[in-house]
Design a protein around this ligand. Structure first.
Ligand code: KG4
Ligand code: ZN
Length: 359
Protein backbone atom coordinates (compact mmCIF):
# COMPACT_ATOMS: atom_id res chain seq x y z
CA UNK A 1 0.00 0.00 0.00
CA UNK A 2 1.17 3.52 -0.90
CA UNK A 3 0.04 6.72 0.78
CA UNK A 4 0.52 10.31 -0.34
CA UNK A 5 1.10 12.76 2.55
CA UNK A 6 0.42 16.49 2.38
CA UNK A 7 1.55 19.08 4.96
CA UNK A 8 0.87 22.83 4.91
CA UNK A 9 0.37 23.72 8.59
CA UNK A 10 3.06 26.39 8.79
CA UNK A 11 5.74 27.74 6.45
CA UNK A 12 6.61 24.58 4.52
CA UNK A 13 4.63 23.16 1.61
CA UNK A 14 5.40 19.46 1.69
CA UNK A 15 4.35 16.22 0.00
CA UNK A 16 5.71 12.69 0.35
CA UNK A 17 5.05 9.10 -0.63
CA UNK A 18 5.39 6.36 1.99
CA UNK A 19 4.99 2.63 1.46
CA UNK A 20 3.81 0.00 3.90
CA UNK A 21 6.42 -2.77 4.24
CA UNK A 22 4.48 -5.54 5.96
CA UNK A 23 7.30 -5.80 8.55
CA UNK A 24 5.79 -5.05 12.00
CA UNK A 25 9.17 -3.93 13.41
CA UNK A 26 9.77 -1.44 10.60
CA UNK A 27 6.32 -0.71 9.23
CA UNK A 28 7.03 1.97 6.63
CA UNK A 29 9.49 2.90 3.95
CA UNK A 30 10.03 6.39 2.60
CA UNK A 31 9.67 6.58 -1.21
CA UNK A 32 9.95 10.35 -1.66
CA UNK A 33 9.78 13.58 0.34
CA UNK A 34 9.63 17.11 -1.08
CA UNK A 35 9.65 20.27 1.03
CA UNK A 36 9.28 23.80 -0.36
CA UNK A 37 10.37 26.14 2.40
CA UNK A 38 9.03 29.69 2.66
CA UNK A 39 11.82 30.82 5.00
CA UNK A 40 13.20 33.33 2.48
CA UNK A 41 9.80 35.00 2.19
CA UNK A 42 9.24 35.36 5.94
CA UNK A 43 12.84 36.27 6.80
CA UNK A 44 12.27 39.81 5.57
CA UNK A 45 9.57 40.21 8.25
CA UNK A 46 11.49 38.54 11.08
CA UNK A 47 8.86 35.81 11.49
CA UNK A 48 6.00 34.04 9.77
CA UNK A 49 3.30 36.21 8.19
CA UNK A 50 0.20 33.98 8.03
CA UNK A 51 -1.39 35.59 4.99
CA UNK A 52 1.81 35.36 2.94
CA UNK A 53 2.19 31.75 4.04
CA UNK A 54 -1.28 30.72 2.86
CA UNK A 55 -0.80 32.42 -0.51
CA UNK A 56 2.55 30.78 -1.08
CA UNK A 57 1.12 27.33 -0.27
CA UNK A 58 -1.43 27.86 -3.06
CA UNK A 59 1.38 28.66 -5.51
CA UNK A 60 3.52 25.71 -4.49
CA UNK A 61 1.22 22.83 -3.72
CA UNK A 62 0.61 21.41 -7.23
CA UNK A 63 4.29 21.37 -8.11
CA UNK A 64 5.32 19.89 -4.78
CA UNK A 65 2.81 17.03 -5.02
CA UNK A 66 3.75 16.29 -8.65
CA UNK A 67 7.40 16.25 -7.73
CA UNK A 68 6.84 13.86 -4.78
CA UNK A 69 4.96 11.44 -7.05
CA UNK A 70 7.61 11.78 -9.75
CA UNK A 71 10.50 11.19 -7.31
CA UNK A 72 8.74 8.07 -6.00
CA UNK A 73 8.13 6.91 -9.57
CA UNK A 74 4.43 6.32 -8.95
CA UNK A 75 1.24 7.53 -10.60
CA UNK A 76 -1.25 5.82 -8.32
CA UNK A 77 -1.59 5.60 -4.57
CA UNK A 78 -4.10 4.03 -2.21
CA UNK A 79 -4.85 6.85 0.24
CA UNK A 80 -4.08 10.50 1.00
CA UNK A 81 -3.05 11.75 4.45
CA UNK A 82 -3.27 15.44 5.24
CA UNK A 83 -2.46 17.62 8.25
CA UNK A 84 -5.80 18.80 9.66
CA UNK A 85 -4.28 20.86 12.50
CA UNK A 86 -2.94 22.43 14.60
CA UNK A 87 -1.38 25.31 12.69
CA UNK A 88 -2.20 28.48 10.80
CA UNK A 89 -5.76 28.08 9.64
CA UNK A 90 -5.31 29.71 6.22
CA UNK A 91 -2.27 27.53 5.55
CA UNK A 92 -3.94 24.33 6.78
CA UNK A 93 -6.94 25.04 4.56
CA UNK A 94 -4.81 24.93 1.43
CA UNK A 95 -3.58 21.41 2.19
CA UNK A 96 -6.96 20.15 3.38
CA UNK A 97 -8.83 21.54 0.35
CA UNK A 98 -6.23 20.21 -2.05
CA UNK A 99 -6.24 16.76 -0.41
CA UNK A 100 -10.04 16.59 -0.47
CA UNK A 101 -10.21 17.46 -4.17
CA UNK A 102 -7.51 14.94 -5.00
CA UNK A 103 -9.13 12.20 -2.90
CA UNK A 104 -12.44 12.86 -4.64
CA UNK A 105 -11.02 12.86 -8.15
CA UNK A 106 -8.80 9.79 -7.58
CA UNK A 107 -11.48 8.01 -5.52
CA UNK A 108 -9.10 7.13 -2.69
CA UNK A 109 -9.70 7.46 1.07
CA UNK A 110 -8.68 10.62 2.90
CA UNK A 111 -6.97 10.35 6.31
CA UNK A 112 -6.76 13.40 8.62
CA UNK A 113 -3.58 13.67 10.71
CA UNK A 114 -2.61 15.72 13.77
CA UNK A 115 0.64 17.58 13.04
CA UNK A 116 2.30 16.47 16.31
CA UNK A 117 1.24 12.85 15.78
CA UNK A 118 3.18 13.26 12.53
CA UNK A 119 6.28 14.43 14.43
CA UNK A 120 5.93 11.45 16.81
CA UNK A 121 5.61 8.99 13.90
CA UNK A 122 8.72 10.43 12.22
CA UNK A 123 10.55 8.30 14.82
CA UNK A 124 9.05 4.97 13.73
CA UNK A 125 9.40 5.97 10.06
CA UNK A 126 13.11 6.59 10.48
CA UNK A 127 14.10 3.89 12.98
CA UNK A 128 11.28 1.32 13.24
CA UNK A 129 8.85 0.83 16.15
CA UNK A 130 10.00 2.13 19.54
CA UNK A 131 9.94 -0.19 22.57
CA UNK A 132 6.68 0.58 24.41
CA UNK A 133 5.69 2.30 26.58
CA UNK A 134 7.64 5.26 25.21
CA UNK A 135 7.95 8.87 26.34
CA UNK A 136 8.20 11.29 23.40
CA UNK A 137 9.12 14.96 23.57
CA UNK A 138 7.95 17.05 20.62
CA UNK A 139 9.93 20.30 20.39
CA UNK A 140 9.12 22.64 17.54
CA UNK A 141 8.52 26.29 16.77
CA UNK A 142 4.97 26.15 18.07
CA UNK A 143 5.00 23.29 20.60
CA UNK A 144 6.98 21.78 23.44
CA UNK A 145 4.96 18.77 24.55
CA UNK A 146 5.64 15.51 26.37
CA UNK A 147 3.64 12.43 25.45
CA UNK A 148 3.32 8.97 26.84
CA UNK A 149 2.87 6.43 24.05
CA UNK A 150 1.62 3.22 25.71
CA UNK A 151 1.05 1.45 22.38
CA UNK A 152 1.82 2.62 18.84
CA UNK A 153 -0.73 5.20 17.69
CA UNK A 154 -1.95 6.25 21.17
CA UNK A 155 -0.63 9.59 22.44
CA UNK A 156 -1.30 10.81 25.99
CA UNK A 157 -0.31 14.40 26.74
CA UNK A 158 1.67 14.57 30.01
CA UNK A 159 2.99 18.12 29.95
CA UNK A 160 3.69 21.08 27.72
CA UNK A 161 5.04 24.58 27.75
CA UNK A 162 3.10 27.17 29.70
CA UNK A 163 4.37 30.00 27.50
CA UNK A 164 6.93 29.99 24.67
CA UNK A 165 7.78 26.81 22.80
CA UNK A 166 11.50 25.94 22.77
CA UNK A 167 11.82 26.79 19.06
CA UNK A 168 10.00 30.07 19.62
CA UNK A 169 12.52 30.95 22.37
CA UNK A 170 15.35 30.23 19.89
CA UNK A 171 13.68 32.44 17.29
CA UNK A 172 13.08 35.32 19.76
CA UNK A 173 16.60 35.22 21.21
CA UNK A 174 18.09 35.17 17.70
CA UNK A 175 16.01 38.21 16.76
CA UNK A 176 17.16 40.00 19.89
CA UNK A 177 20.80 39.31 19.03
CA UNK A 178 20.29 40.43 15.42
CA UNK A 179 20.90 36.93 14.05
CA UNK A 180 17.80 36.74 11.83
CA UNK A 181 15.09 34.14 11.30
CA UNK A 182 14.79 31.22 11.99
CA UNK A 183 16.87 31.28 15.14
CA UNK A 184 17.51 27.59 15.82
CA UNK A 185 20.13 26.74 13.22
CA UNK A 186 22.15 29.96 13.66
CA UNK A 187 22.20 29.75 17.49
CA UNK A 188 23.17 26.07 17.19
CA UNK A 189 26.18 27.12 15.05
CA UNK A 190 27.21 30.15 17.11
CA UNK A 191 26.91 28.19 20.36
CA UNK A 192 29.60 25.82 19.19
CA UNK A 193 32.15 28.66 19.38
CA UNK A 194 30.97 30.04 22.72
CA UNK A 195 31.41 29.15 26.39
CA UNK A 196 28.23 27.48 27.66
CA UNK A 197 29.09 28.42 31.26
CA UNK A 198 29.85 32.09 30.55
CA UNK A 199 26.47 33.44 31.71
CA UNK A 200 24.41 31.78 34.47
CA UNK A 201 20.97 32.10 32.86
CA UNK A 202 18.27 30.65 35.14
CA UNK A 203 16.35 27.47 34.61
CA UNK A 204 12.62 27.56 35.27
CA UNK A 205 11.24 24.73 37.37
CA UNK A 206 7.50 24.45 37.56
CA UNK A 207 6.19 22.73 40.63
CA UNK A 208 2.70 24.18 40.80
CA UNK A 209 -0.33 22.97 38.86
CA UNK A 210 -1.43 24.84 35.75
CA UNK A 211 -4.67 26.68 36.48
CA UNK A 212 -5.59 26.47 32.82
CA UNK A 213 -5.00 22.74 32.51
CA UNK A 214 -5.93 21.05 35.80
CA UNK A 215 -5.67 17.60 34.20
CA UNK A 216 -1.93 18.02 33.60
CA UNK A 217 0.51 17.34 36.44
CA UNK A 218 2.40 20.65 36.81
CA UNK A 219 5.85 19.19 37.37
CA UNK A 220 6.00 17.99 33.76
CA UNK A 221 5.33 21.38 32.20
CA UNK A 222 7.98 23.61 30.65
CA UNK A 223 8.45 27.39 30.58
CA UNK A 224 10.90 29.35 28.46
CA UNK A 225 9.70 32.94 28.75
CA UNK A 226 11.71 33.61 31.94
CA UNK A 227 14.88 32.49 30.19
CA UNK A 228 14.09 34.69 27.20
CA UNK A 229 13.59 37.68 29.54
CA UNK A 230 16.93 37.08 31.27
CA UNK A 231 18.68 36.99 27.91
CA UNK A 232 17.00 40.30 27.06
CA UNK A 233 18.07 41.81 30.39
CA UNK A 234 21.65 40.60 29.93
CA UNK A 235 21.86 42.01 26.39
CA UNK A 236 20.45 45.38 27.48
CA UNK A 237 22.92 45.64 30.36
CA UNK A 238 25.86 44.71 28.13
CA UNK A 239 24.86 47.27 25.51
CA UNK A 240 24.72 49.93 28.22
CA UNK A 241 28.07 48.85 29.67
CA UNK A 242 29.72 49.03 26.24
CA UNK A 243 28.01 52.32 25.38
CA UNK A 244 26.22 50.77 22.40
CA UNK A 245 22.90 51.89 20.89
CA UNK A 246 19.59 50.11 21.50
CA UNK A 247 19.83 47.78 18.52
CA UNK A 248 23.58 47.69 18.04
CA UNK A 249 25.10 44.21 17.81
CA UNK A 250 27.27 43.01 20.68
CA UNK A 251 30.83 41.83 19.91
CA UNK A 252 30.91 38.45 18.15
CA UNK A 253 32.57 36.60 21.04
CA UNK A 254 29.86 37.82 23.45
CA UNK A 255 27.11 36.70 21.08
CA UNK A 256 28.73 33.26 20.89
CA UNK A 257 28.79 33.02 24.71
CA UNK A 258 25.16 34.14 24.99
CA UNK A 259 24.09 31.55 22.38
CA UNK A 260 26.04 28.78 24.13
CA UNK A 261 24.75 29.69 27.61
CA UNK A 262 21.14 30.05 26.42
CA UNK A 263 21.31 26.77 24.56
CA UNK A 264 22.80 24.95 27.55
CA UNK A 265 19.78 25.92 29.67
CA UNK A 266 17.24 24.97 26.98
CA UNK A 267 18.89 21.61 26.35
CA UNK A 268 19.29 20.79 30.08
CA UNK A 269 15.63 21.64 30.67
CA UNK A 270 14.41 19.49 27.79
CA UNK A 271 16.66 16.49 28.47
CA UNK A 272 15.92 16.58 32.23
CA UNK A 273 12.18 16.82 31.56
CA UNK A 274 12.14 13.94 29.09
CA UNK A 275 14.30 11.58 31.16
CA UNK A 276 12.67 12.33 34.52
CA UNK A 277 9.30 11.63 32.93
CA UNK A 278 10.61 8.47 31.28
CA UNK A 279 11.76 7.24 34.70
CA UNK A 280 8.51 8.01 36.48
CA UNK A 281 6.47 6.48 33.65
CA UNK A 282 8.61 3.34 33.49
CA UNK A 283 9.27 4.03 29.79
CA UNK A 284 11.29 1.54 27.75
CA UNK A 285 12.41 4.19 25.26
CA UNK A 286 12.66 7.96 24.83
CA UNK A 287 11.90 9.86 21.63
CA UNK A 288 12.67 13.46 20.69
CA UNK A 289 11.07 14.91 17.55
CA UNK A 290 10.20 18.28 15.96
CA UNK A 291 12.35 21.06 14.48
CA UNK A 292 14.41 21.65 17.64
CA UNK A 293 15.45 17.98 17.70
CA UNK A 294 17.78 18.96 14.82
CA UNK A 295 19.86 20.75 17.49
CA UNK A 296 23.28 19.18 17.82
CA UNK A 297 23.73 19.72 21.56
CA UNK A 298 20.25 18.34 22.27
CA UNK A 299 20.93 15.24 20.16
CA UNK A 300 24.33 14.63 21.79
CA UNK A 301 23.11 15.12 25.37
CA UNK A 302 19.99 13.00 24.91
CA UNK A 303 22.06 10.17 23.42
CA UNK A 304 24.63 10.40 26.23
CA UNK A 305 21.89 10.33 28.87
CA UNK A 306 20.22 7.37 27.17
CA UNK A 307 23.52 5.45 27.06
CA UNK A 308 24.14 6.16 30.75
CA UNK A 309 20.67 4.88 31.65
CA UNK A 310 20.61 2.00 29.19
CA UNK A 311 17.50 3.50 27.60
CA UNK A 312 17.19 3.55 23.80
CA UNK A 313 16.85 7.11 22.45
CA UNK A 314 15.06 7.77 19.15
CA UNK A 315 15.69 11.01 17.24
CA UNK A 316 14.80 11.46 13.56
CA UNK A 317 17.42 12.35 10.95
CA UNK A 318 17.56 16.11 10.34
CA UNK A 319 15.40 15.95 7.18
CA UNK A 320 12.58 14.32 9.15
CA UNK A 321 12.93 16.50 12.26
CA UNK A 322 11.79 19.80 10.72
CA UNK A 323 8.37 19.96 9.07
CA UNK A 324 7.85 17.46 6.27
CA UNK A 325 5.05 15.37 4.76
CA UNK A 326 6.71 11.96 5.14
CA UNK A 327 5.83 11.97 8.84
CA UNK A 328 2.24 12.90 7.95
CA UNK A 329 2.05 10.02 5.48
CA UNK A 330 3.41 7.61 8.13
CA UNK A 331 0.97 8.82 10.80
CA UNK A 332 -1.77 8.59 8.15
CA UNK A 333 -0.98 4.95 7.45
CA UNK A 334 -1.13 4.23 11.18
CA UNK A 335 -4.56 5.87 11.42
CA UNK A 336 -5.84 4.30 8.23
CA UNK A 337 -4.98 0.86 9.61
CA UNK A 338 -6.88 1.85 12.79
CA UNK A 339 -9.94 2.52 10.61
CA UNK A 340 -9.89 6.33 10.52
CA UNK A 341 -10.92 8.11 7.33
CA UNK A 342 -12.60 11.48 6.77
CA UNK A 343 -15.52 12.62 4.65
CA UNK A 344 -15.45 15.54 2.24
CA UNK A 345 -16.82 17.78 4.97
CA UNK A 346 -13.38 17.62 6.66
CA UNK A 347 -12.18 21.06 7.68
CA UNK A 348 -8.91 22.46 9.00
CA UNK A 349 -8.77 23.10 12.73
CA UNK A 350 -6.09 25.45 14.03
CA UNK A 351 -6.30 24.26 17.66
CA UNK A 352 -6.92 20.56 17.02
CA UNK A 353 -6.21 18.32 20.04
CA UNK A 354 -4.20 15.16 19.53
CA UNK A 355 -6.87 12.95 21.05
CA UNK A 356 -9.74 14.54 19.14
CA UNK A 357 -11.74 12.00 17.18
CA UNK A 358 -12.36 13.21 13.68
CA UNK A 359 -15.51 12.16 11.92
O1 KG4 B 1 8.93 21.41 13.59
P1 KG4 B 1 9.28 22.69 12.91
O2 KG4 B 1 9.99 22.60 11.58
O3 KG4 B 1 8.01 23.57 12.69
C1 KG4 B 1 6.97 23.66 13.61
O4 KG4 B 1 6.11 22.75 13.63
O5 KG4 B 1 7.01 24.65 14.37
O6 KG4 B 1 10.18 23.53 13.95
C2 KG4 B 1 10.70 24.80 13.62
C3 KG4 B 1 11.52 25.30 14.79
C4 KG4 B 1 11.99 26.76 14.63
O7 KG4 B 1 11.64 27.47 15.81
C5 KG4 B 1 13.51 26.62 14.49
O8 KG4 B 1 14.20 27.74 15.03
C6 KG4 B 1 13.79 25.36 15.27
O9 KG4 B 1 12.71 24.50 14.96
N1 KG4 B 1 15.05 24.72 14.84
C7 KG4 B 1 16.10 24.53 15.69
C8 KG4 B 1 17.15 23.98 14.91
N2 KG4 B 1 16.68 23.82 13.63
C9 KG4 B 1 15.40 24.27 13.62
N3 KG4 B 1 16.25 24.83 16.99
C10 KG4 B 1 17.44 24.55 17.57
N4 KG4 B 1 18.48 24.03 16.89
C11 KG4 B 1 18.40 23.72 15.58
N5 KG4 B 1 19.44 23.20 14.93
ZN1 ZN C 1 6.20 20.84 13.14
Amino acid sequence: MLILGIETSCDETAAAVVEETGDPARPWQLRSSVVASQVEIHREWGGIVPELSARQHIRDICGVVERALGDAGVRDYDAIAVTQGPGLVGSLLVGVSFAKSLAWSRRVPLVPVHHLAGHIESLALDHGEMPMPAVVLVVSGGHTSLYRVPVPGTYELLGRTRDDAAGEAYDKVAKLLGLGYPGGPVIDRRAERGNARAIPFPRTRLTHADRNAPHLPGRRDFSFSGLKTSVLRHVTLRREALGLGERAPLPDAEIDDICASFQRVVVETLVEGAFETARSEGARSVGIAGGVSANRRLRAEARARGDARGLPVFIPGVALSTDNAAMIAAAGLRRFRAGVTAGFDLSAKSNLRIDEVIA
